[in-house]
Design a binder for this molecule. Structure first.
Ligand code: ADP
Length: 411
């Protein structure tokens, strides 16, 4: 079966087409600047030159329609006809408390997703627009929603409740949800395969360090805590997001600087984190370059970033009463030996030892622990799209099997 994976943002659509017979990527790409006259479609057919098209793309339906055109293009395409696509898998950011796993998209599911809009006002509307566009362009093709939050639905109440008036949870569902669940689930599964040990036996701490960053405590294959909370702003310091700060700081600054809600939101989400502290960049490569030139604010930014990861690792080792595996993933986790080295140096009390030669790796799966390390330390490139494609395939196939069984029973 060919599965088309879509990740629709407010002005972008990322896609991958999988051949699930061998889990290979046939093509992937990105439409950026949707809503403008100079939107950019970059299409990468596997093993061939990428193609770039620039022109007006005013909405998501047009964007996905252009993607389907290029996927079936005589020269750049990888399939003859759209009808070869057996199913569509959508990344959906927020499933609220309603969704604890991936689901086939039905009218009821769409209604429940609309009910979650309040919880993710920036993310869920474009996800819903993408679903509507795909339904319009590929009528009858089953569609599946895979949620960023679902993997963390196993968190116990002590991990997801905030110590604020309980009525806020009852009235507005104010609680911790967690994000990046698809990534944490994938890398934990890979860790179990790499180490040849069942997930059920492992206590894993996975560090997803991209532009957004979160860390998860995964015990016996289940997320029992994670650093992002009600929104993806809580937890680790990130490229442009603050992560944990004293809530009192926000109230104080809003008062002193006379900030509106919108301005305070921008301060914490766009102007904080690596870029806020360094004044240089949200890109870890530029922070590391700044450190190499002796820039003290770049050093501060790196130190705070690293220290906070280390504190969370300590906390999650306590949450699980131990740790067997630490995983580094996403842009920074996969590509920064320096960050991994600094984090691991500071947690040697847990029995963590890495091998400097093995740690000299970028963007590849590797066990970077030293022989004598009590904790395995792994680099695992994440693959959220593959998880979405697998879930989609599984749900659609089991639905097919159920329908077949029902038809047989009727016959
Ligand atoms: P997103 O969360 O948008 O998917 P990524 O997972 O691609 O982001 O991660 C982006 C981050 O990865 C950026 O901060 C970038 O600096 C960092 N990164 C990429 N390559 C390197 C590298 N070689 N060294 C350090 N950081 C890197």
């Amino acid at each position: 079966m060919k599965v088309f994976v879509l990740n629709c943002g407010s002005s972008s659509v990322k896609y991958q087409l999988f051949d699930m017979d061998n889990e290979s990527v046939m093509a992937k790409g990105l439409v950026e600047r949707i809503g403008s006259d100079d939107a950019i479609l970059t299409h990468r057919p596997e093993g061939r030159q990428p193609v770039k098209q620039i022109g007006p793309i005013l909405d998501h339906t047009t964007a996905i329609s252009k993607v389907l055109t290029v996927l079936t293009h005589q020269e750049h395409g990888v399939i003859r006809d759209v009808s070869e696509i057996g199913a569509v898998g959508h990344r959906v950011v927020h499933g609220g408390e309603a969704f604890t796993g991936s689901v086939l998209i039905t009218d009821e599911v769409k209604k429940a997703l609309r009910d979650c809009i309040d919880l993710a006002p920036l993310h869920n509307p474009p996800n819903l627009t993408g679903i509507a566009a795909a339904e319009e362009l590929m009528p009858g093709v089953p569609q599946v929603a895979v949620f960023d939050t679902a993997f963390h639905s196993t968190m116990p109440r002590r991990a997801f409740l905030y110590p604020v008036p309980y009525v806020l949870y009852q009235r507005h569902k104010v609680r911790r949800y967690g994000f990046h669940g698809t990534s944490h689930r994938y890398v934990a599964g890979r860790a179990s395969e790499i180490l040849g040990r069942p997930l059920e036996d492992l206590k894993i701490i996975s560090c997803h360090l991209g532009n957004g960053a979160s860390i998860a405590a995964i015990k016996g294959g289940k997320s029992i805590d994670t650093s992002m909370g009600f929104t993806p702003l809580e937890g680790l310091m990130m490229g442009t997001r603050s992560g944990d700060v004293d809530p009192g700081v926000i109230l104080f600054v809003m008062d002193r600087e006379q900030l509106t809600l919108v301005e305070a939101n921008a301060m914490l989400n766009k102007h904080s984190g690596l870029v806020g502290l360094s004044g240089l960049s949200s890109d870890m490569r530029e922070i590391e370059a700044g450190m190499a030139q002796g820039n003290p604010r770049a050093e501060d930014a790196f130190d705070v970033y690293e220290y906070r990861i280390r504190k969370y690792i300590g906390a999650y080792a306590a949450a699980m009463n131990g740790v067997d595996v630490i995983i580094f993933t996403a842009g920074i986790g996969e590509n920064s030996p320096l960050l991994r080295q600094r984090v691991c140096e500071g947690i040697s009390f847990l029995g963590v030892r890495i091998d400097p030669a093995k740690n000299d790796v970028r963007g590849k799966e590797a066990d970077i622990s030293a022989e004598r390390s009590a904790v395995r330390v792994l680099v695992v490139p994440t693959n959220e799209e593959l998880v979405i494609a697998r879930d989609t395939m599984e749900i659609v196939s089991s639905r097919g099997a159920r329908e077949h069984a029902a038809t047989e029973a009727r016959a």
